[in-house]
Design a protein around this ligand. Structure first.
Ligand code: DP6
Length: 409
């Protein structure tokens, strides 16, 4: 083993936001979905999880820290077990102890994993997707596992399978009971439709009340609309959305994205007892988007909502400045949030000659503070390895740098 002490890798992985939703599992252990889904992966710069994974013969047990706290997690254990199995099977780890290769017995060593998000955890901002994608990507780099690892991310969280790739991504539901064909693949790279932008309106950064896991389980058990949707709606809508992305046909893309989001939330309400992820602000945002589109006599903006009240809006670059200015008009920051940047991410230009008709929409009340902040972002290129050792979340002793600092006080 020589002087080998610890081998570590740090990675960043992005959030993805589905336009065709995954909602319902046919296998809860392997996380196999009832339908295929499609998403865009967002820029790592604005929304990402960072993970450092390290392996060492001196570690007493597998340990994980999330956002500074030590956690126990069965899904994580499943990902780790699968990575080790694959590394063994593919003989990807060399038994020569040289600088470039890591010893074979490394597969028996314990790992330390430290992860953090640069955005609120579990607030319907796809934090688990970024987190598990980052974990799978990082472990794959650490154990030199190659090939499509989206199914390893899937064992952590279904939607995480899609964050393994950049651009437009499809997670094929697959048919095999082993889950071997339930994997994600890139449909188009992030360079395919550069004019497509993403604006997130953060309505709440609180933890959601019903987790996606239990929410979708409830829908599978009780919602007739979910069964109808799977039999009659999802496949054709998925084809329409994928073709629209291929042809850069924003109108078709937008209409189908909004109808899909609405059907997903209708399924949530059809669940017994019902689940409502949207709040009054979410509904007002929907109205604002429809009024904006009506004014332009075509779809300029598309909303989609996941398991929380925050809105993700897809739009072409030409609409971003105007739409964000209008959002700021109806939803100015409250006095308590003044001081923190209200619009984050990419810069936005001020527009001072907005048509009065757009500023006096009857159905949209002015509600200061209803939107906490706005993230102006774009489609991104997928997970990446972080080369700068200063960005490692684990110190040379294999313990979290931040956790250590706070426990010293
Ligand atoms: C509404 O992937 O969080 O965001 O597999 O149980 O971890 P688990 O669920 P998760 O569900 C995501 C649901 C969704 C839609 C989507 O991203 O496709």
């Amino acid at each position: 083993m020589g002087d080998f002490k610890m081998n570590s890798v740090t990675c960043k992985a992005p959030v993805n936001i589905a336009v065709i939703k995954y909602w319902g599992k046919r296998d809860t252990k392997l996380i196999l979905p009832l339908n295929s889904s499609v998403s865009f992966t967002l820029c790592t710069e604005h929304l990402c999880a960072t993970t450092t994974a390290a392996v060492s013969p001196t570690f007493k047990q597998d340990q994980i820290w999330l956002n500074g706290e030590k956690i126990e997690n069965l899904r994580l254990t499943a990902c780790l077990k699968e990575i080790r199995r694959r590394a063994r099977k593919r003989k990807s780890v060399s038994d020569n102890d040289t600088d470039d290769n890591i010893p074979l017995e490394m597969l028996n060593w314990n790992v330390h994993i430290c992860s953090k998000n640069n955005f609120p955890t579990a607030a319907g901002l796809a934090s688990s997707a970024a987190g598990y994608a980052c974990l799978a990507y990082c472990l794959a780099k650490l154990f030199k596992v190659e090939g499509n690892i989206s199914d390893i991310a899937r064992l952590g969280s279904g939607s995480a399978s899609r964050s393994i790739f950049g651009g437009a991504v499809q997670w094929d539901m697959g048919w095999d009971s082993s889950g071997s064909d339930s994997i994600a693949r890139q449909l188009y790279p992030h360079t395919h439709w550069p004019e497509l932008k993403v604006v997130i309106l953060v309505v709440s950064d609180q933890q959601k009340k019903v987790s996606s896991f239990s929410g979708m389980q409830g829908s599978v058990e009780t919602s007739e609309l979910l069964q109808y949707r799977i039999k009659h709606c999802v496949a054709s809508r998925l084809d329409a959305v994928v073709n629209a992305i291929g042809n850069k046909d924003f109108e078709t893309f937008a209409v189908n994205t909004m109808k899909e989001s609405n059907q997903f939330h209708a399924v949530c309400l059809d669940t017994y007892p019902p689940i409502s992820y949207l709040n009054d602000t979410s509904h007002t945002i929907q109205n604002l988007v429809h009024s904006f589109n009506k004014y332009h006599q075509c779809a300029k903006v598309a909303y989609t909502f996941d398991a929380g009240p925050n809105a993700t809006l897809y739009m072409l670059e030409e609409s971003v400045d105007l739409f964000i200015n209008i959002v700021q008009h109806y939803f100015p920051p409250s006095s308590s949030t003044i001081g923190e940047p209200f619009v984050r991410g990419l810069p936005v230009n001020l527009i001072d000659n907005i048509d009065e008709n757009l500023l006096n929409l009857k159905s949209i009340p002015t509600t200061p503070g209803a939107i906490k902040y706005i993230i102006n972002t774009a489609v991104g290129s997928g997970p990446e390895v972080v080369m700068d050792p200063n960005e490692s979340l684990l110190g040379e002793d294999g313990l979290p740098k931040e956790y250590k600092e706070s426990s010293q006080h």
